[in-house]
Design a protein around this ligand. Structure first.
Ligand SMILES: NC(=O)c1ccc[n+]([C@@H]2O[C@H](COP(=O)([O-])OP(=O)(O)OC[C@H]3O[C@@H](n4cnc5c(N)ncnc54)[C@H](OP(=O)(O)O)[C@@H]3O)[C@@H](O)[C@H]2O)c1
Length: 288
């Protein structure tokens, strides 16, 4: 089975490449340097040449104050490039898997969001990702859009921003106390669990459309941090602060937990966020 992965140097891309490293899979993976997803012509040429059985889009430009002010680049990667990829997939009759985020929601519902809930993003990043979802679904009828939340994994995390767990470990080396938001609730997700559940979804021939995959349960960033400190034995104290849904100058959804019940009903097991974190601690312990 030929899998075409675009965005291979990210947390998700690396984990997909690792998981598919052998029969029955043959991975054709590309980092930004090899294949820029915004180069529509080249994307079309390379996909056509490889002739994959499935295309997995792992690229994203994340929320940043700079992109909020000048969102053009974010829309190019998160939305218009997804439209092109979807058109290429539809033309070649290849299913497209692309990833989205809990940030498509406003965070005002108060209980975990289901796939049937209407997105109402509160910042340009969420709007660009929601547009990407619409692009995939509208332009490639075989698209599977997987929404996830608070992703972490790998030895270095994302090239652009590391990840929350690694950054906290680093900060704990120099700070006795670290302030973390207590107001934003989310479902922290270990990339290994996300990829395992994504492959299960494909194996079970999930119907096209939106699917939520995040580790089970939810917590605030402060609670998540306390659990990291406990599990990893860090020498720092977490001081919860109420940032009223704004962090780094960007408005964030207050309660963005994702409801997993749709994929669970398909028989796909997704561990709790605490179990995911334990596995990541184990991974870091054995690889650093
Ligand atoms: N991280 C989270 O907390 C989180 C939460 C919810 C949903 N998600 C979603 O999950 C998916 C994977 O996220 P992730 O954490 O793996 O992100 P990541 O580690 O930042 O990886 C994204 C990759 O996209 C690449 N990229 C950016 N612009 C590109 C372009 N023009 N052409 C080709 N590649 C480009 C980046 O390249 P460089 O390595 O050169 O930067 C990076 O390797 C995304 O759809 C994201 O929106 C993530």
């Amino acid at each position: 089975m030929k899998i075409f992965v675009i965005g291979k140097k990210g947390q998700l891309g690396q984990e997909i490449e690792r998981r598919c490293g052998g029969a029955p899979y043959k991975v054709f993976s590309y980092g930004r340097e090899d294949l820029d997803i915004t180069d529509h012509k080249k994307v079309s040429e390379v996909v056509g040449k490889v002739g994959p059985d499935i295309v997995v889009n792992c690229t994203a430009l994340h929320a940043s104050l700079e992109s909020e002010k000048k969102p053009g680049g974010m829309f190019e990667v998160n939305a218009f490039a997804v439209k092109n990829l979807a058109l290429v997939c539809a033309k070649n009759k290849i299913p497209l898997v692309t990833y989205s985020t809990d940030y498509v929601f406003s965070g005002m519902k108060g209980v975990p969001y289901k796939e049937s809930d209407h997105p109402t993003p509160v910042q340009m990043f969420g709007i660009s990702k929601y547009m990407g979802e619409l692009m995939a679904i509208n332009y490639c009828p075989d698209s599977i859009v997987i929404r996830t939340s608070g992703l972490y994994g790998g030895l270095r995390g994302s090239r652009s921003k590391g990840n929350f767990v690694l950054n906290l470990i680093q900060e704990s080396k120099t700070k006795k106390t670290i302030e973390v938001s207590s107001d934003q609730i989310f479902s922290p997700t270990y990339v290994e669990d996300l990829v395992a559940a994504s492959f299960e979804l494909l194996k079970k021939k999930a119907r096209p459309g939106i699917h939520h995959i995040a580790n089970g349960g939810y917590c605030s960033w402060a609670d998540f941090s306390k659990e990291i400190v406990k599990i990893m034995g860090l020498k720092t104290t977490i001081a919860p602060v109420n940032r009223k849904g704004v962090w780094g100058g960007i408005k964030r959804p207050l309660f963005a937990a994702l409801d997993n019940s749709k994929v669970k009903k398909m028989g796909i097991e997704i561990p709790s966020w605490q179990k995911g974190l334990e596995k990541y601690a184990h991974f870091l312990e054995n690889n650093i």
